[in-house]
Design a protein around this ligand. Structure first.
Ligand SMILES: C=C1C[C@]23C[C@@]1(O)CC[C@H]2[C@@]12CCC[C@@](C)(C(=O)O1)[C@H]2[C@@H]3C(=O)O
Ligand SMILES: O=C(O)CCC(=O)C(=O)O
Ligand SMILES: [Fe+2]
Length: 362
């Protein structure tokens, strides 16, 4: 990333839906990098995991270790809940820009409508808009639809409820694959439901783009979460970076959701499961919508490498950090953030193996 370039004001809002040409401020133009992004069908495919498979835990562990991303099938989330969330997302983004801007995210807040938070790290703008919902959707919905927003709020609450159930299930499969049991996680509570987790819902909209080969929907990043569950509509765009292969497209599969490992799980697993670098590309004809359920721990919990994974030959690689502390580090250092909580890196000056700061901006 060329940090010496003049950075664009990230809150410069343009109505992407009405543009016939790609403005220079949106032209990333690293075409070689864009051309990359093969479907994984040629080689090793992104794992598709059936959550009803008797060996599901082993498959989840393997996918976390080798890919950091996988699809889940038979996830138990009703199709109606997914479809309604998608339709409600469309309702938001099809509003006129001035109406969406009533719910604009202010500089000191995480939630609200606007460009991706990571925009400030890049010299070019991304071809996307988003609505970030932390906790209740009510405040934003009321600004978007002063006359009536109950349906939107109900859809979001139902979606969050279903995603929370699924995230808990997947989280225990991930932990189980590391040999961790319910008693090992203090913040799981007596029933092991990880109840206090503090989720964030991120609605992403990528309008059809007049020059998709030079544009970028959402630049390469890792999520700061434990896990992210992504519902993409039937339009391709998500790509993950794979060591030795490059960018691999993760096309939508009907009935499947995409799960990716976030930075906090990387820390918790003491680096055994690496967070995956990913990005979203855009296309010429179709509006793409995605809904990310960003799953993290309760805000007061300090995440550190699990003690069961630590011994003399496996010292802790990261210091304890809460999600909000980590978000602060991420907001300052972006894809370099893990290095700032890494113990060995601080002591010995090593570069973090999962340090993605040198990856091309695309
Ligand atoms: C809790 C958060 C994670 C996030 C930053 C945020 O404060 C709210 C939005 C999240 C998101 C979604 C799009 C990609 C991302 C990198 C971004 O710019 O905003 C993630 C952030 C993250 O995971 O670090
Ligand atoms: O839209 C996508 O495919 C990716 C979205 C994403 O990475 C995110 O919301 O963190
Ligand atoms: Fe992401």
């Amino acid at each position: 990333m060329n940090m010496s370039s003049k950075l664009l004001k990230p809150d410069s809002h343009l109505d992407l839906n009405s543009m016939k040409e790609l403005p220079d401020s949106y032209a990333w133009s690293s075409s070689a990098d864009h051309a990359d992004g093969q479907n994984s069908s040629g080689s090793d495919p992104v794992p598709v995991i059936n959550l009803e498979d008797p060996n599901v835990m082993m498959h989840v562990g393997h996918a976390c270790k080798t890919w950091g991303v996988f699809y889940v099938m038979n996830h138990g989330v009703p199709m109606t809940v997914l479809d309604e969330m998608e339709a409600s997302g469309r309702d938001v983004f099809s509003l006129p820009l001035d109406q969406k801007l009533r719910a604009a995210r202010s500089a000191d807040r995480v939630s609200g409508y606007g460009v991706a938070q990571i925009s400030s790290f890049f010299p070019k703008l991304m071809w996307s808009e988003g609505l970030t919902i932390v906790g209740s959707p009510h405040e934003h919905a009321q600004k978007l639809w002063p006359q009536g927003h109950i349906h939107f709020c109900e859809v979001v609450e139902e979606y969050k409820k279903e995603m929370n159930k699924l995230a808990n299930k997947i989280m225990w499969l991930v932990l189980g694959s590391l040999g961790i049991t319910k008693g090992d996680i203090k913040w799981a509570g007596p029933t092991g439901e990880l109840k206090e987790a503090c989720p964030v819902l991120q609605l992403n909209s990528y309008p059809a783009c007049p020059d998709p080969d030079r544009a970028m929907g959402l630049a390469a990043h890792t999520d700061s979460t434990l896990l992210t569950i992504l519902h993409q509509n039937n339009t391709s765009g998500l790509q993950v970076r794979r060591e030795g292969t490059g960018w691999v497209t993760v096309p939508p599969i009907r009935d499947a959701l995409v799960v990716n490992v976030g930075d906090l799980l990387h820390i918790l697993s003491n680096g055994l499961y690496s967070s995956v670098l990913h990005r979203a590309m855009v296309n010429r004809t179709q509006h793409r919508l995605s809904v990310a359920y960003l799953y993290g721990p309760p805000s007061n919990v300090r995440i550190s490498p699990l003690s069961k994974l630590i011994d003399n030959s496996h010292p802790p690689l990261y210091r304890p950090v809460t999600w909000s502390e980590y978000l602060g580090t991420k907001a300052k250092h972006f894809n370099n953030a893990l290095s700032f909580v890494r113990l060995c890196a601080q002591i010995n000056g090593f570069v973090d193996v999962n340090d993605h700061s040198s990856v091309l901006v695309g």
